[in-house]
Design a protein around this ligand. Structure first.
Ligand SMILES: Cc1ncc(COP(=O)(O)O)c(C=O)c1O
Length: 512
């Protein structure tokens, strides 16, 4: 490095001279480094032409991959592996000489869970519409941080447009507003923090929780774990989640609401909110949202809806009845990466009264937010869990403009219809049983042959294991009423009736 020290203190009596000498000193320090290696690496890492070349190759690779999935090319949907051998593989690869980016991409694809394959029927992760993933590449390169308006002006405005569009589709009032955040778990926490601040009756954000009458919310036994986790994060512990029993359909049993609330009060709890599932994770069942809204209204409770998976069914003609009451929620969470064709993670948190979106974090961060007292809508850090946040709305905006609202309605309707078809097939086939009549695209079922008198839970678990080993399908397992069931979530619009029939036949063979 070039550089030599000038005793600046010698010039202390000559301020102008001191300034120019300091400047000179800085300039010398900032001269391009002679470190050839650093220059080369940085230049290489930022070379636009390399980006073009590798980018084209990657798009070609992904195009072939998408086509193979679309053609239902037989492949191990989840290639069998175990965590220890997988980490050994990558440790060895990491230590090996040389690296080819395209080979790396190819290997990664081959070892991954193939969400786009029609025989992927596992967890609730959507195969993203390819152009929404392409738009995400742009988000990654622009990398506008979104904490405040200046860090992502266009993306901030686009996020607002997308949220208003969604609020409209959900038939929330004009006062609705919210934010996009990174996932349903973060979304539930964001909404429930606001509920706590609005409903506690004092400034809990600044004062912390008061000891007398601890706070709680009521939720069905079937709620996603992120809901009870939110209570624990807020320091309410286990008692902060008052569980309402479910009925035969695994819906929150509305007839149990009054007694559950009375019991909670008798136990000294101050229940501030009621949480509804639209739909539940395990069985995909929708809670009776309209009845719950009545109950919440009667008792002055905040009504939050976890619509991470199925809230968007409100946009369909044939399934919107399932979400009746959603439009009455104080807050609602919807994942775009579940039933709205976007890559993970993008979640909308909407508040009926948009002002409540500012209650999630009543805290100030003056160094970021120009005037915290005014709480401008366009400085997202004031309302989102994230400081730096991805430009979440951009790919959603592009999808809406490219394909129109109908895309989402078509997708959800296709997948829910397929769930209904599969349930009917299960009912027709001897030996198969449904855990519960499905509302949408999550179907839980199991099989036992005519003379089987063993443990059906063990049998189901062993079938699931064989399905994993065989890897022609990817299906998961769940527990319903303490009994083990296979669980499919139909996520790929190109899954056919034949695929589902083939799954039933495979299961029969595996049960032998
Ligand atoms: C009903 C429900 N809520 C919340 C979540 C959590 O969402 P995320 O995985 O985006 O954090 C899930 C995930 O499966 C879910 O099914």
């Amino acid at each position: 490095m070039l550089g030599y020290s000038i005793p600046i203190s010698d010039y202390k009596n000559y301020p102008a001279l001191k300034f120019s000498i300091q400047n000179l000193y800085l300039k010398i320090l900032l001269l391009p480094s002679k470190s050839f290696l650093m220059d080369t690496l940085l230049a290489k890492a930022f070379d636009p032409e390399t980006f073009r070349r590798e980018g084209h190759q990657l798009v070609d690779l992904l195009t072939t991959y998408l086509q193979e999935c679309r053609d239902a090319k037989p492949m191990p949907v989840l290639p069998p592996s175990n965590p220890e051998t997988m980490v050994d593989f990558w440790t060895k690869d990491f230590k090996s000489e040389g690296f080819n980016l395209q080979d790396f991409y190819t290997t990664l694809i081959s070892q991954s869970n193939h969400i786009h394959h029609p025989r992927y029927m596992g967890h609730q992760v959507v195969p993203p519409a390819p152009l929404s993933a392409l738009t995400e590449l742009l988000e990654a390169i622009l990398n506008n941080g979104m904490a405040i308006y200046e860090m992502g002006p266009a993306a901030t405005a686009i996020e607002r447009v997308v949220l208003r569009w969604l609020a409209d589709k959900l038939q929330l009032p004009k006062s609705a507003d919210g934010i996009l955040t990174s996932g349903g778990s973060a979304g539930n926490l964001t909404a429930l923090l606001a509920a706590r601040q609005v409903m506690a009756g004092y400034n809990i954000w600044d004062e912390g929780a008061h000891d007398e009458s601890p706070l709680a919310f009521m939720v069905s036994e079937e709620a996603h774990y992120s809901v009870s986790r939110a209570a624990r994060i807020m320091g309410w512990g286990e008692k902060g989640v008052v569980k309402v029993p479910v009925n035969d359909k695994m819906q929150l049993d509305a007839s149990k609401l009054e007694e559950t609330l009375a019991e909670a009060k008798a136990n000294g709890l101050k229940v501030i909110a009621l949480v509804g599932n639209a739909c539940s994770t395990s069985t995909g069942t929708y809670d009776p949202l309209d009845q719950m809204a009545d109950f919440a209204e009667k008792h002055g409770l905040w009504f939050h809806i976890d619509g991470a998976h199925g809230g968007a069914a409100a946009m369909t003609e044939n399934y919107k009845h399932l979400t009746k009451g959603l439009e009455r929620a104080d807050s609602v969470v919807i994942d775009f990466h579940k039933m709205m064709l976007a890559p993970a993670l993008t979640t909308a948190v909407l508040f009926r009264n948009g002002q409540n979106s500012f209650e999630t974090f009543a805290q100030k961060a003056e160094y970021l937010l120009s005037n915290a007292a005014q709480k401008p809508w366009y400085d997202s850090a004031g309302r989102a869990l994230e400081c730096t946040k991805k430009m979440l709305g951009v790919k959603i905006y592009a999808m809406i403009k490219l394909y129109g609202d109908q895309l989402f309605s078509d997708y959800i309707t296709t997948m829910y219809d397929l769930g209904k078809y599969f349930a009917e097939r299960i009912k027709q086939e001897t030996g198969f049983e449904l855990a519960v009549e499905p509302d949408g695209n999550i179907v839980c079922f199991r099989y036992r042959s005519a003379g089987f008198d063993g443990d059906v839970n063990q049998l189901t678990a062993s079938i699931r294991k064989k399905l994993l080993d065989d890897a022609s399908f990817y299906v998961v397992q769940t527990t319903v009423r303490n009994e083990v069931y296979l669980r499919v979530t139909l996520m790929t619009p190109f899954t056919t009736h034949d695929d589902l029939d083939a799954l039933l036949q495979s299961i029969k063979l595996m049960a032998e």
